[in-house]
Design a protein around this ligand. Structure first.
Ligand SMILES: Cc1cc2nc3c(=O)[nH]c(=O)nc-3n(C[C@H](O)[C@H](O)[C@H](O)COP(=O)(O)OP(=O)(O)OC[C@H]3O[C@@H](n4cnc5c(N)ncnc54)[C@H](O)[C@@H]3O)c2cc1C
Length: 386
């Protein structure tokens, strides 16, 4: 049987390679860039782990089972279940009252949060937890914003919480993303946790690569013929600024959202408060993710301006220095089909030769790690079917 050729060393291609390796099937894995992991990239600098864009791993994603079973997530640690709402130097914790009792009750004092909003969150949580992830992707064309309005959330709660929180996930501010994606992510957050691995987001692909035969791995390979996958044409971008700081700035393990409806910052987090290895001893790492509308390489926001705005939001001075900033212009495809998973054989062409090729050059089902992993699993299943 001739070798199987995989093009693309992101989570989709690496998942396929791992499964083929475990089945003792011959394959070659080609990646155009000089690193494995695709969108999961980390730069190590001065002892800090700087992910290219703020990113977490949802432990409850069904496809992550593949990696839970292999122990790759055993040392993952989680952010708190909730977020700080930051506005004009004041912060209020909006936490899951079931998981973060009694901290979760503090939110009731916030002017943007009504008792009915807390009730609707609990109702939505229960409703979605009773459904299967696949069922969310049959919701039609309703946008996330329309869906939230239909659920009865107050406009002030949508502005202060859902907008900044899901802008950080969808990388678009209008919440025009189909509500299927919202339901899926909300379900995953309710069922599991938002996790970080030691040493950065790239640790997950690195752990896969460590199991693969190095002779089958090829980096820096120039782009091959046109992919059989429909390549996404439009993308959402993101930008993260990193600062070395002396303390966790009072954020601890919770993400801080810009709830003020103004400014360039979308959210802030201290990854080192979750995984200490994100920063060297005695230091913390501050990650400031800016709004997608200002996340372009020519962005006017300088690190000093970002620091100033962060200080205004937090109501405290940030002692420390700027480390680096990363813009990811093609962070998420904006034009996927928003299906749960790929059909068996997606990414595989029609001819006999194509049957041995997998074009794992970007998720096509929906813009998530779950879809990327499922894509790799589907390809290997399609080989078994032939
Ligand atoms: C900042 C950020 C935050 C995110 N947050 C989340 C999140 O919270 N939850 C979530 O589920 N998902 C999130 N995602 C999305 C998730 O990371 C991606 O959906 C997933 O990693 C995509 O994996 P992939 O293998 O399909 O594609 P990619 O990671 O894009 O990998 C494709 C690879 O193919 C290579 N390639 C392209 N063309 C060729 C060719 N012709 N030959 C060989 N190689 C080629 C590319 O160089 C790339 O390495 C986030 C992404 C970013 C950037």
């Amino acid at each position: 049987m001739p070798d199987i050729h995989i093009y693309g060393g992101g989570m989709s291609g690496l998942t396929a390679a791992l499964l083929l390796e475990e089945k003792n099937l011959d394959y070659q894995l080609y990646e155009t860039q000089s690193h494995w992991g695709g969108k999961l990239q980390t730069t190590h600098q001065e002892g800090f782990a700087l992910d290219h864009g703020f990113q977490v791993i949802q432990s409850a994603y069904p496809a992550m089972d593949l990696y839970h079973k292999r122990g790759y997530m055993n040392d993952a640690l989680a952010f708190g279940s909730g977020a700080w709402l930051l506005s004009q130097g004041k912060k209020t914790l909006l936490a899951d009252p079931l998981r973060e009792f009694p901290k979760g009750l503090a939110a009731l004092g916030h002017p943007s949060i009504k008792l009915t909003d807390v009730w609707h969150v609990a109702k939505l949580r229960n409703q979605l937890l009773q459904q299967s992830p696949e069922s969310f992707f049959q919701s039609g064309n309703v946008t996330t914003l329309q869906y939230l309005q239909q659920q009865g959330f107050s406009p002030s709660f949508i502005e202060a919480f859902f907008k900044p929180f899901f802008t950080g996930i969808f990388l678009e501010e209008a919440l025009n993303t189909p509500c299927s994606m919202f339901q899926f992510v909300f379900w995953a957050l309710a069922k599991g946790k938002a996790c970080l691995l030691p040493g950065g987001i790239q640790t997950l692909p690195n752990r896969i690569v460590a199991q693969l035969n190095p002779q089958k791995l090829h980096l820096n390979v120039p782009g091959t013929k046109a992919s059989n996958n429909p390549v996404p044409q439009t993308h959402f971008s993101t930008q993260a600024h990193y600062f070395a700081v002396d303390s966790d700035l009072g954020l601890g393990k919770f993400i801080g959202l810009n709830a003020s409806n103004s400014g360039a910052i979308n959210l802030m987090a201290i990854p080192s408060a979750v995984q200490s290895g994100y920063a060297p001893g005695g230091k913390h790492l501050l990650c400031v993710s800016v709004k997608p509308s200002v996340s372009h390489p020519n962005s006017q926001a300088t690190p000093d301006q970002i620091r100033f705005e962060a200080e205004q939001l937090l109501g405290t001075q940030i002692h420390g220095h700027w480390l680096n900033s990363f813009t990811v212009p093609q962070a998420l495809p904006a034009d996927t089909n928003y299906q749960y998973g790929c059909a068996v054989g997606d990414g595989v062409g029609e001819s006999d030769a194509d049957l041995r090729e997998f074009h794992a050059t970007g998720s096509v089902a929906n813009p998530s790690l779950n879809a990327a992993i499922l894509n790799g699993i589907s390809f290997v299943s399609s080989i078994n079917c032939r």
